[in-house]
Design a protein around this ligand. Structure first.
Ligand code: IPD
Ligand code: CA
Length: 255
C-alpha cells in the first residue's frame, strides 16, 4: 500500500502542476457543500480511477464526490486538494491527503500527505512511526517564550482563534491544514490551530485524517477546543476545531 499511495501521489502531482489549465474554473458545489474547482475535480477523478482499477473494493470518502460504497471493509479518506485557494491563486502551498481506515480517524492505518509543488511526502503507518521523504520525524521541544504556531486567521475565525493568536511569539497562516499539521509533526511549528465562528469552517475528516495519523505517529496529538482528542467519523460533513500540538505542554501555555 505504501508504494501504491506514493504512485497515486506522483500521478496527481504530475497532473495538477501543469500550467496550461484554468485550475480555478468553478464547477459548482461538491458533496460537502463547498465549491469545486477544476483542480479539485481533476485530482479527485484521477485518484478514484486509479483506486477503482487496483483496489475496487476500497470505499472512497472524498470532499467533492462524497461517499462511494464499494462494499469493502476499508475506506480511502481523500482530500484531492487541501488548500484549493492557494492552488488556484499561484501560492505554492497545497497538498493531496489520503488516509485508509475503517470507520473513524482513530482507526486509520495509513496516511500520506503530498506537498504538490515541492514533491515532499509525509507518511505514516499505524504503530510504525512517521516519515518525511523516508526519514523519521518528530515534533519540536517547544519553548514558552519562543512559541511558533500556525493558525487560521480571517473574518471567520472564532473568538478562541483570535485569543490564541495573541499568545505565541510568532504566528503563521499558510492555508493547507493537512500540511500545517505535518509541519507540527516534523517540529517546524510548535502547533496549529483552526476554529471558526459557529463551526461552519471547522475542518472535515477529509482534510485531517492523514495528517492526524502522521502527527500521532510522530508523538503529537490533535485536540478540539475543549481539549479532547479529535476522532471524526468518516462522514463528509463531520467537522471539528483543531489544535495540533507536538507536545501537550503547549495546551497549558495557550489556555
Ligand atoms: C481548506 C484548507 C485550509 C483551511 C480551510 C479548508 P480545502 O481545505 O484546509 O487550510 O483553512 O478551512 O477548507 O477546502 O482547500 O480542501
Ligand atoms: Ca479540498
Amino acid at each position: 500500500m505504501k508504494e501504491f499511495l506514493h504512485e497515486v501521489a506522483d500521478s496527481v502531482q504530475n497532473a495538477v502542476t501543469r500550467r496550461d489549465m484554468n485550475w480555478g474554473e468553478d464547477l459548482g458545489l461538491g458533496a460537502d457543500g463547498t465549491t469545486t474547482s477544476l483542480i479539485d475535480k481533476v485530482a479527485e477523478d484521477l485518484v478514484v480511477e486509479i483506486f477503482q482499477e487496483e483496489y475496487p473494493d476500497i470505499n472512497i470518502l472524498s470532499e467533492e464526490l462524497g461517499y462511494m460504497d464499494n462494499g469493502g471493509e476499508n475506506t480511502l479518506v481523500l482530500d484531492p486538494i487541501d488548500g484549493t485557494y492557494n492552488a488556484t491563486h499561484g501560492f505554492p502551498f497545497f497538498s493531496l491527503s489520503m488516509a485508509i481506515g475503517n470507520q473513524t480517524m482513530s482507526d486509520c492505518h495509513y496516511g500520506l500527505v503530498r506537498h504538490l509543488t515541492s514533491g515532499v511526502s509525509y507518511w505514516a503507518e499505524k504503530g510504525k512511526g512517521a516519515f518525511k521523504d523516508g526519514i523519521p520525524i518528530k515534533p519540536s521541544q517547544p519553548k514558552r517564550d519562543k512559541l511558533v504556531l500556525a493558525a487560521y486567521l480571517g473574518q471567520e475565525t472564532s473568538d478562541r482563534g483570535f485569543q490564541i493568536a495573541h499568545i505565541p511569539r510568532r504566528v503563521r497562516a499558510y492555508g493547507s491544514a493537512a500540511l500545517e499539521i505535518c509541519m507540527v509533526a516534523e517540529g517546524m511549528l510548535d502547533g496549529f490551530h483552526l476554529s471558526s465562528k459557529k463551526g461552519y469552517r471547522d475542518l472535515r475528516v477529509v482534510d485531517i485524517a492523514a495528517a492526524t495519523l502522521i502527527l500521532r505517529e510522530a508523538g503529537g496529538e490533535v485536540y478540539d477546543d475543549d481539549g479532547n482528542p479529535v476522532d471524526l467519523p468518516f462522514k463528509v460533513n463531520a467537522r471539528s476545531q483543531v489544535l495540533a500540538v507536538g507536545d501537550k505542554v503547549v495546551l497549558e501555555w495557550i489556555k
